[in-house]
Write a protein that binds this ligand. Structure first.
Ligand code: BES
Ligand code: ZN
Ligand code: ZN
Length: 479
């Protein structure tokens, strides 16, 4: 889909449909000459109230270049923000592309051009690559009608929308396609395309380094593991010594291992690399938007399988940090691969660490599918991450991580156990990571509840959401 910006009066815009937003408690904007009377009439009749996601279509008279006018409800004006605009645009795109609209124009009457463009790009994404006959249709072009001053916003929106769809595409690939090796190949290709350095550590190299915790998880799979490392360096020497590390869980399929998961719903575990994919999407955007600090992404990619070579409950592994871990449950594998990547990130010189992982079912119990669970050992970094998430409309909730939780991870035979019992499961998982982050300022995002949509929304297809890509990009840009 190509995206363009035009500054034209409504009647001169060429498109299959021109969309305008109308609020519940507000008359049509005065700039809509020629149609505002119809819009006011439509509302007066009660046929259209302006509620969120409501839609009405009218064919336009010959004086207009566009074929149809579409009104979308924006809800209450005082509740409306960039997130509301992103959704409203997405909703119109998803509804109208199904009606055969190929060129859609959106009339932006005061509002965030970046969010509007993101909404269109996200709404146009369909996970139908493997359907040989699909009735899903897509837009060919999106035109934003706004003043020339919206140009920078349009550019940013394109970069962020495309980065998020890049992530969604990776997550949506089935695990027979998306192996650790393919994820590494896609990362390498992306890095080459946007001009980033990419290095892949293979299994012999990881063994040589002593990444016993990561390798214990991957040993049950016929697919070799990969540790993907992508580096962004600012063109000008940075003014601080800060170096941001982005660590993302890349389990391309999680059977649970010998502590196997129930069959029901196991197919969803192809999205267990969504944290890693989010980091790759963020790096793609970061390469184009060029923040002023260095950023390094690390994605440990493995497959968690059962088999005669698989790790057993009770196995004790030695992590890269030197700490020993008793693996009481092979399904708590995410933390085992992340800690070796965290230690390696510290060795690469990262001064601040942020990780994203579909880490626990417990975070879904706690926060549902609405908020990301956020954990930290450092309030200043937490404030930066929460501010970035808020600005990007990615809902996030700060969870506790008191030292009282430490005893949950006690092991009789090793330094740490990899599980902490039934209660507070998202917290004990985060605490496990914290033990390896040590004094490095670190924030952990548990995205198990937010990285996948079990049902489509009016503005987003079913499947991967691409959550956290925008937050991490903004975190780097606003540093
Ligand atoms: N990948 C899962 C977490 C998960 C569960 C993500 C549901 C998305 C939806 C993770 O590896 C896992 O299995 N965690 C276990 C930990 C337990 C064994 C302590 C869990 O949450 O049940
Ligand atoms: Zn698991
Ligand atoms: Zn997992």
């Amino acid at each position: 889909m190509d995206t363009t910006l035009v500054s034209l009066p409504l009647d001169r815009v060429e498109a299959d449909a021109v969309v305008v937003l109308l609020f519940e408690d507000e008359a049509a904007p005065a700039e809509l000459k020629g149609v505002s009377a119809w819009l006011d009439e439509l509302k007066a009749s009660g046929e259209f109230t302006g509620k969120t996601a409501e839609l009405a279509v009218q064919h336009l008279a010959p004086g207009f270049q566009a074929k149809r006018l579409v009104v979308v409800g924006g809800g209450k004006r005082d509740k409306y923000d960039a997130a509301g605009l992103r959704r409203a645009v997405g909703t119109s795109v998803r509804a109208l592309k199904q009606k055969g609209v190929k060129k859609l124009a959106w009339f932006l009457s005061g509002g965030d051009a970046e969010a509007a463009v993101e909404g269109a790009i996200l709404g146009n994404f369909e996970p139908d690559r493997y359907k040989t006959s699909s009735d899903a249709k897509s837009l060919e072009s999106f035109v934003l009608i706004a003043p020339d001053s919206a140009k920078a916003g349009v550019e940013r929106g394109k970069i962020l929308g495309d980065a998020q769809n890049f992530t969604r595409d990776l997550v949506n690939e089935p695990a027979n396609v998306m192996t650790p090796t393919l994820l590494a190949d896609r990362a390498r290709a992306m890095a080459a395309e946007v001009g980033l350095e990419c290095e892949i550590l293979d299994e012999p190299r990881m063994r040589q380094l002593g990444m016993g915790s990561l390798l214990g998880v991957s040993q049950g799979s016929a697919e070799p593991p990969a540790l993907i490392i992508i580096r962004y360096k600012p063109a000008q020497a940075p003014t601080t010594k800060d170096h941001l590390g982005l660590v993302g869980k890349g389990v391309t399929f999680d059977t649970g291992g010998v502590s196997i998961k129930p069959a029901d719903g196991m197919e969803k575990m192809k999205y267990d690399m969504a944290g890693g994919a989010a980091m790759l999407g963020a790096m793609r955007a970061i390469a184009q938007l060029k923040p002023s600090i260095p950023v390094t992404a690390l994605v440990p990619a493995v497959e968690n399988m059962v088999g005669s070579k698989a790790q057993r409950p009770g196995d004790i592994v030695t992590s890269l940090s030197g700490k020993t871990i008793e693996v009481l449950n092979t399904d708590a594998e995410g933390r085992l691969i992340l800690v070796d990547a965290i230690t390696y990130a510290q060795r690469l010189g990262c001064t601040h660490l942020v990780d994203a992982a579909t880490l626990t079912g417990a975070i879904v119990v706690a926060l549902g599918n609405v908020n990301i669970g956020v954990f930290t050992n450092n309030d200043a970094l937490l404030a930066r991450v929460l501010a970035a998430a808020k600005a990007e409309g990615e809902k996030s909730w700060h969870m506790p991580l008191d030292d009282d939780y430490k005893e949950l991870l006690k092991s009789a035979f090793a330094d740490l156990a990899n599980i902490g019992g039934r209660w507070g499961g998202a917290i004990s998982a985060a605490y496990f990571l914290k033990e390896f982050a040590g004094d490095t300022p670190w924030v952990h995002l548990d995205i198990a509840g937010t990285a996948w949509l079990d049902e489509a929304k009016p503005f987003l297809a079913k499947g991967p959401s691409g959550v956290a890509v925008r937050t991490f990009t903004r975190l780097a840009l606003d540093w």
